[in-house]
Design a protein around this ligand. Structure first.
Ligand SMILES: NC(=O)c1ccc[n+]([C@@H]2O[C@H](COP(=O)([O-])OP(=O)(O)OC[C@H]3O[C@@H](n4cnc5c(N)ncnc54)[C@H](O)[C@@H]3O)[C@@H](O)[C@H]2O)c1
Length: 317
């Protein structure tokens, strides 16, 4: 039995779907945090709820009593801790909230898991690195986050590694690099740009658009996470990216190509908290986990746009 926190979100729901397909029983928890629409999150888990192997609790990881109850009712063997308040820019406006959900929430879940759970997987982020000193970024790169979000994700990692070392809760931290694909959060670049393209509205690009990102397709993140869950490795941190990068300007070109839309670009001041570049060195995950990302950005953007068109026709966005 695997507990997934943040199961109604983009990554959590995709991961739960794959693990159910593989025959696992999933206990999912989510508080339908208002960062974006509850309706989208309910839709994310609607198909999962049809499975008798999916048990869902609406609740908050900051609520210790709630967590204790869930762990008492089920014999949880593994935890995949995905729940977090996401969003770099929003974290600058409300660092207390990010601190509370991402650090206190993580600590609560670790405390609930210790003693009985055999493996704890933590969804971390490339944001822990801050502006890169060298590229591609390997796991030894210094961690100098430049947003409250990045700081809280790094603190979460430190707690996981502390619990691994001191309390014997086998933990693995996965640093995801910009994840996209069907179901992506509506505030994220590929989703937002595509939506605006189809609404014939201009898009805002922060800075000159030459900043680069290593965009990672959701299926690759899901398979990397499952590999980390099943390998007898713990106390480690891994980058999970695609291993290549493109600029924001090149990304918009790709969306134009596959949507058939002409996109008007408005260049505005660089946003605080946004790092200059991300590009993952994924050698460690390849060697130790057998991770092998498969979906290129060209293929992934194409798949995303196909999904977007179907969803918007059904008015489910
Ligand atoms: N999407 C990315 O590009 C990306 C990149 C790096 C890391 N991550 C990490 O991956 C995880 C998932 O990201 P996502 O894009 O799927 O975000 P998401 O917002 O779609 O999913 C997060 C889920 O957690 C839930 N949640 C938030 N606060 C909670 C709380 N207090 N109690 C219970 N549930 C709560 C939300 O309701 C949401 O369903 C996060 O930990 C994020 O930091 C994401």
């Amino acid at each position: 039995m695997i507990l997934i926190s943040g199961v109604a979100g983009f990554i959590g729901s995709n991961l739960a779907g794959k693990l159910l397909e593989k025959g696992n029983v999933i206990v999912g928890i989510d508080n339908f945090d208002p960062y974006y629409s509850k309706e989208i999150k309910k839709e994310n888990i609607a198909h999962l709820s049809k499975s008798k192997n999916f048990i869902f609790y609406e609740g908050d990881i900051r609520n210790e009593r709630f967590l204790r109850k869930v762990f008492k009712e089920h014999s949880i063997e593994a935890v995949i801790h995905i729940a977090a308040r996401a969003g770099v820019r929003a974290s600058i406006k409300d660092p207390y909230l990010y601190n509370d959900v991402n650090i206190n929430g993580t600590l609560n879940l670790l405390c609930a898991a210790v003693g009985s759970v055999k493996k704890f997987i933590y969804a971390s982020s490339s944001s822990v690195y801050g502006n890169p000193i060298y590229l591609p970024i390997d796991e030894k790169h210094p961690t100098n986050p430049i947003s409250p979000y990045g700081i809280t994700k790094l603190a979460g990692e430190k707690y996981c590694l502390f619990f691994d070392k001191t309390y014997g809760l086998k933990s693995t931290c996965l640093r995801f690099f910009t994840v996209y694909g069907p179901g992506q959060r509506p505030d994220e670049a590929i989703h937002k740009f595509t939506r605006l393209a189809f609404e014939d509205k201009p898009i805002k690009i922060y800075g000159d658009g030459n900043q680069t990102r290593d965009f990672t397709y959701i299926d690759d993140i899901v398979s990397g996470t499952i590999l980390a869950l099943n390998k007898n490795i713990h106390g480690e941190v891994f980058n999970l990216g695609y291993g290549k990068r493109i600029s924001v300007n090149e990304l918009v070109d790709l969306i134009e190509r596959y949507s058939g839309k002409r996109i008007k670009r408005e260049y505005v001041d660089k946003a605080a908290g946004d790092v200059s570049d991300t590009w993952a060195n994924i050698e460690k995950a390849k060697e130790m986990l057998g991770y092998e990302p498969k979906i290129s950005i060209e293929e992934g953007v194409k798949k995303f746009i196909e999904w977007f068109k179907i969803k918007s026709k059904n008015k489910k966005l």
